[in-house]
Design a protein around this ligand. Sequence first.
Ligand code: ATP
Ligand code: MG
Ligand code: NA
Ligand code: MG
Length: 280
Amino acid sequence: PSETGRVLSIQSHTVQIYTDNFVITPTEFCAGYPSFKGQVLNGDQLWDLIDGLEANDLLFYTHLLTGYIGSISFLNTVLKVVDKLRSINPKLTYVCDPVLGDEGKFYVPQELVSVYREKVVPVASMLTPNQFEAEQLTGLRITSEQDGREACNILHAAGPSKVVITSINIDGNLLLIGSHQKEKGQSQQFKILISKIPAYFTGTGDLMTALLLGWSNKYPENLDKAAELSVSSLQALLARTLNDYIKAGHDCQSSSLEIRLIQSQDDIRNPEIKYKAEKY
Ligand code: ATP
Ligand code: MG
Ligand code: NA
Ligand code: MG
């Protein structure tokens, strides 16, 4: 396992390239490479970008990371990108955050569900749905730990060998369920309990997936350890964020809180493990 590599990160609003250091923070962004920010890209524009990278011999990636994708045409182009990158590096790891919605509501057109189910999930190496997304992708209603574990197994059977359901709401708290299928039909599963902070943060899902990518590159055989590190970083960052807002006299329940990414770089690089995985 290496700690260096190249990550292509694609969302409808940004395409970014990271090299060398897997801790995905803005400081690691490799200036000089193409980056499109703040505009919504369509599928053709994404493909033009890929063509441009290929023309410059820049299509060797160790990882592809995808997040929010707002249209079918863009998602279909992402599928073409997966094929293209795998033709250049057959070992490419594709980490997919299948962003569909949360708490019963969609934030993408509902037609994306079947494209994720039928085409995207089968080519993903690691999947990081939340509870709602795991339900949409499996057709299972998830109300217990056992349901979460079963959903992971259904997703393994469809493709990805690593699945992390980043949170399931149970009795007012959050439960992360991780599952690593090392052999067909056999998965190592674990859970991490997280106390729910009574505030709404933006960007936690994106950061969680990026952290899981980074730590599971470092510990490819220990998804539980990768998840402990990721949750510990993220919770330290959320505590810092909450503190900052409280110090500033803000009512934390009234609006969503912007996470303190830059101020939390040490927590991201070097988290103290305060959240332990319990193996099943
Ligand atoms: P997003 O809404 O950003 O897309 P998501 O729904 O995809 O997020 P979640 O599972 O909700 O992803 O959040 C990812 C991680 O963030 C969780 O595993 C948890 O560690 C942390 N987290 C998010 N919100 C809270 C909270 N209110 N209290 C504690 N931890 C939280
Ligand atoms: Mg959520
Ligand atoms: Na998620
Ligand atoms: Mg999300």
